[in-house]
Design a protein around this ligand. Structure first.
Ligand SMILES: NC(=O)c1ccc[n+]([C@@H]2O[C@H](COP(=O)([O-])OP(=O)(O)OC[C@H]3O[C@@H](n4cnc5c(N)ncnc54)[C@H](OP(=O)(O)O)[C@@H]3O)[C@@H](O)[C@H]2O)c1
Length: 247
């Protein structure tokens, strides 16, 4: 197994892409800490699925955008587990609307969860990685963080910000043998994209050369690769998994 003896924290690990990452990392032998913010039942279900596979998992509640809550939750966790060797900053929300009328409160909310949350969680986790002189961090960006998208200015800015954060963290932490990469998914079938109208879905499909929606497991494969020693010489990169959408 690629990740035996590793401990992975997956933010937003309870549903969608995060759930697929939790399961895929567990299948490679990692112990999984499943973070969630509101849906405890979903997080427990992921833990149960991992245990049924013979793996180790526990759920932890914190809002990644809340500094005090995140630090408090992770301090306790790190004391217990010593150090987290894999961090997947996956928690994210969307809030769409044309920029002209977009409320600044919504801008703040999107930035807070998608970008600031990844920064805060990383800050709490890297101390242990630095001490151990190893670790792998993966930020969940998006293809629209590279291409931009009308009606998603806040979301695209946050996801583009994650790519800058990835490169800066990679440069700061490389000397401690901590690799930092991002994954940029295209259109993936989850609760998040379920909210799109049939017309929107049809419009997006036309932009995908592989002519289908992606599966959460297809994002998880890239995450497992980046987390593993197979990617030992890869840092500061953004791996695009989008069926060709952003070409
Ligand atoms: N789906 C796509 O097509 C797509 C494309 C590109 C990028 N992405 C990115 O991939 C990531 C996962 O997306 P998804 O489609 O799987 O979303 P999803 O199905 O809506 O799941 C979101 C997950 O994030 C958690 N979460 C939300 N806000 C949080 C907070 N403040 N603190 C902690 N956890 C929080 C949720 O926890 P609860 O269960 O407790 O609510 C849930 O586990 C996001 O960063 C998203 O932007 C998705």
């Amino acid at each position: 197994m690629l990740l035996a003896n590793e401990i992975a924290l997956v933010t937003g690990g309870s549903r969608g892409i995060g759930k697929a990452c939790s399961l895929a990392l567990a299948k490679e032998g990692a112990e999984i800490i499943v973070n969630y913010v509101s849906n405890e039942a979903a997080a427990q279900q992921v833990c149960d699925e991992i245990r049924a596979l013979g793996g180790k998992a526990s759920a932890i509640k914190f809002d990644v955008g809340n500094v005090a809550e995140t630090h408090e939750a992770l301090q306790g966790l790190i004391k217990e587990k010593k150090f987290i060797s894999i961090l997947v900053n996956n928690a994210g929300i969307t809030c769409d609307g044309l920029m002209m009328r977009f409320p600044t409160e919504d801008w703040d909310r999107v930035m807070n969860t998608n970008l600031r949350g990844a920064f805060i969680t990383s800050q709490a986790v890297i101390r242990g990685m630095m001490k151990e002189r190893r670790g792998s961090i993966i930020h969940m960006s998006s293809i629209v963080g590279i291409t931009g998208n009308a009606g998603q200015s806040a979301y695209c800015a946050a996801k583009a910000g994650l790519i800058g954060l990835t490169k800066s963290m990679a440069k700061e932490l490389a000397s401690r043998n901590i690799r930092v990469n991002a994954v940029a998914p295209g259109y993936i079938e989850t609760d998040m994209t379920d909210a799109l109208t049939a017309e929107q879905k049809e419009g997006i499909l036309k932009e995908i050369p592989l002519n289908r929606v992606g599966k959460p497991e297809e994002i998880a494969s890239a995450v497992v690769f980046l987390a593993s020693s197979k990617a030992n010489y890869i840092t500061g990169q953004t791996v695009i998994v989008d069926g060709g959408m952003g070409m």
